[in-house]
Design a protein around this ligand. Structure first.
Ligand code: APR
Length: 245
């Protein structure tokens, strides 16, 4: 049977750095969120059991801040959407970000491995719902009616990231792996580059970031600068000439 030839896939891991120039703070930079907020108090299951209101208020505020009028996709998000539209093969964005900026820029194949703003989950029945309203310890699950068990469907420290099977499958068939705007401090995302190098040996790997990270030696190629500058230029290059240097 005739099989259509498709060029190798492209997987793009993104982190907070890609949304920085859209007005969303990163976590570990000197003005990052985790320098102001103690993550142990808002982003762990222990925090949830200790003080649900504090955790829920933090995520209610986060959701509202994403909806502020000035928060919109930047040139880097748009360039990745263009790559998906114009490249002949499969393009998968695996993002650690919970913001909606990749989708707002037009990317369709986006995996939110740390969850997504706007989704909530019941701790009792595990049902997941789209929701745009504030949660409180009095909120009632629409499925099982449990009270005070609804939480953001966001991965906290110590919890398993989402969609790992799909992510590994995409990594294993990719020919190009990009890591954009992530410090490489948080696993398993930080280990994807090694997974690619072991399982998709011929794949080319590129770090695009404001500055070199601790993972720099793991990548074949490095491009440093603000995402809104380096990502559109790189995408233009890949679409015109491919990724071999
Ligand atoms: N352009 C490109 N990169 C940038 C920019 C920019 N304009 N601004 C900052 N960066 C880079 C920083 O140099 C840093 O290496 O983005 C990276 C952001 O790193 P982190 O703050 O650690 O964010 P991230 O890697 O996404 O964190 C991973 O940690 O707290 C958890 O769940 C949270 O998903 C998050 C995970």
């Amino acid at each position: 049977m005739h099989q259509e030839f498709l060029p190798p896939g492209i997987v793009i891991l993104t982190g907070a750095g890609i949304s920085k120039e859209s007005g969303i703070d990163t976590f570990r930079d000197k003005d990052g969120l985790w320098t102001r907020v103690n993550l142990e108090e808002v982003a762990t299951i222990e925090a949830w059991h200790r003080d649900k209101k504090k955790v829920l208020d933090f995520y209610n505020d986060t959701r509202r801040s994403f909806r502020a009028a000035h928060i919109e996709p930047n040139a880097a998000h748009r360039a990745l959407a263009r790559l998906e539209r114009e490249y002949q093969g499969e393009v998968t964005v695996v993002t650690q970000n919970i913001d909606p900026l990749h989708e707002q820029a037009g990317s369709k194949n986006v995996i939110h491995m740390h969850g997504r703003d706007g989704e909530i989950r019941c701790m009792i029945c595990s049902a997941v719902f789209e929701s745009d309203v504030d949660l409180s310890p009095q909120s009632v699950c629409p499925n099982c009616q449990a009270v005070g068990e609804l939480r953001p469907h966001i991965v906290w420290f110590g919890e398993m990231p989402l969609y790992m099977d799909e992510i590994h499958a995409a990594l294993e068939r990719c020919g190009l792996f990009l890591s954009i705007g992530t410090s490489g401090e948080v696993y398993p995302a930080a280990g994807f580059v090694l997974h690619v190098r072991r399982r998709a040996e011929r794949a080319h790997t590129v770090e695009l970031n404001l500055e070199a990270t601790g993972s720099q030696p793991l990548f074949h190629e490095h491009i440093y600068g603000p995402a809104t500058e380096v990502v559109p230029t790189y995408v233009e290059r890949v679409l015109a000439h491919g990724w071999r240097q």
